[in-house]
Ligand binder design. Structure first.
Ligand SMILES: *Cc1c(COP(=O)(O)O)cnc(C)c1O
Length: 376
């Protein structure tokens, strides 16, 4: 009899799965750790989902989310052929790796003791650090090579000239992910700077705009202008639909078509499609939410700054802040004891920071009160 372990591919043995933020079930806990929207979906969205829950649940949903794609195409002034919908944008990020990147031969890149060879650009997934921590996991699951290049010390985007001088950046990488605005720093990037970077890239470039509704600018036009650029959007953060798992890519029809070939036949569940469609019919409701979150972000940044936190400028629904007096990891614990859950990352560049999701004004007030108590 073979051991179960021997049945698993070596690549999978060595994998470290993505670590999602905690979803604890503690009563009265203020949850500011996973960048969920503190406001519920609009009443019209909730009603549309409720009405759809009947005997039709036995049917398969529309395989390509046609109605939703048509609505998105109208919103972005493009064709439905420019759009693919996914089971969250996470699914599409994984699909992009599988569609555009070659797995490296025999996984030799993962096993230096078996002899190193230089990764080919065709096998390379590239991204900045720090950025979305899912990208390296996606490269690893595919057996692709990773090229992680540091952002500048203030987390701003290096210019093309700086990337050329630094020699680590690969302008031929098969796939480059850029989180914009960035997570976990919260920093926004100018569209002009992103365009310069896209122009210099020869492989597929995904601009991951998960937080763009809280930002000053968006780079969607680049996906319609450059055939190698894809923009990723999600209904999770801005539209309060994490639970439903709906995200999408906008880009050139040939890239979109290739992604369609690689996806599961019914990748987006029916209630998710309905919720997303209803969301697009009620955008003014959400614009008011974005304004509220941006206002709370400003207030919270001011309050924490007054308490001695160093708060980085944010264009997202969270802030990255260096707390005073104690190490950030201790703050995480002390806040938790006061029923406020924030996020801390152990990565070197960010381990002195807390990432704090913008909640309601009342939740922000509880956080500030807890911080004052800790400092007393
Ligand atoms: C949350 C997040 C996503 C994933 O969103 P889903 O649509 O919920 O899968 C993608 N990219 C970034 C940077 C995120 O923060």
């Amino acid at each position: 009899m073979k051991s179960p372990k021997s049945l698993i591919r070596p690549l999978v043995h060595d994998l470290h799965a993505y670590v999602p933020g905690e979803q604890p079930k503690i009563k009265g806990l203020i949850k500011l750790n996973t960048n969920e929207n503190p406001y519920p979906p609009s009443p019209r969205v909730l009603a549309a989902v409720k009405v759809a829950v009947d005997g039709r649940l036995r049917l398969y949903p529309n395989p390509a989310a046609d109605k939703l794609r048509a609505k998105l195409a109208k919103l972005h002034h493009c064709s439905p052929d420019n759009i693919i919908v996914g089971n969250g944008s996470d699914e599409l990020l994984a699909l992009a790796v599988r569609t555009f990147v070659e797995p490296s031969e025999g996984g030799v890149l993962r096993r230096p003791n078996l002899g190193f060879r230089r990764a080919k650009p065709s096998e390379t997934v590239q991204y900045f650090t720090p950025s979305y921590s899912l990208y390296p996991v996606l490269a690893d699951t595919h057996g692709a090579a990773k090229n992680a290049v540091a952002l500048k010390p203030d987390f701003s985007l290096p210019s093309v000239a700086e990337l050329k001088r630094g020699k680590h950046w690969n302008f031929n990488a098969a796939l480059t992910f850029v989180t914009t605005p960035n997570a976990p720093s919260g920093r926004g990037y100018a569209t002009a700077d992103l365009e310069a970077l896209c122009k210099a890239q020869r492989g597929v470039t995904v601009l991951d705009e998960a937080y763009v509704n809280f930002a000053r600018e968006n780079a969607l036009k680049l996906a319609l202008e450059y055939p190698h650029v894809l923009v990723a959007r999600t209904f999770s953060k801005a539209y309060s639909l994490c639970f439903q798992r709906v995200g999408y890519f906008v880009g050139h029809p040939e890239l979109i078509d290739a992604l369609h070939k690689m996806r599961d036949s019914y990748n987006v569940n029916g209630l998710g499609q309905i919720a997303a469609e209803a969301t697009l019919d009620d955008l003014s409701h959400y614009r008011a939410n974005f304004r509220a979150i941006v206002a709370t972000r400003k207030q919270l940044s001011r309050d924490l700054t007054r308490l001695g936190f160093r708060v980085l400028p944010s264009e997202t629904n969270f802030i990255l802040a260096q707390p005073p007096l104690f190490p950030a990891q201790e703050w995480l614990q002390k806040l938790r004891e006061r029923k406020v859950l924030v996020r801390w990352f152990s990565a070197r560049e960010v381990k002195s920071y807390l990432r704090i999701t913008i909640g309601t004004p009342a939740e922000a007030a509880v956080l500030v009160k807890a911080a004052k108590e800790i400092l007393r």
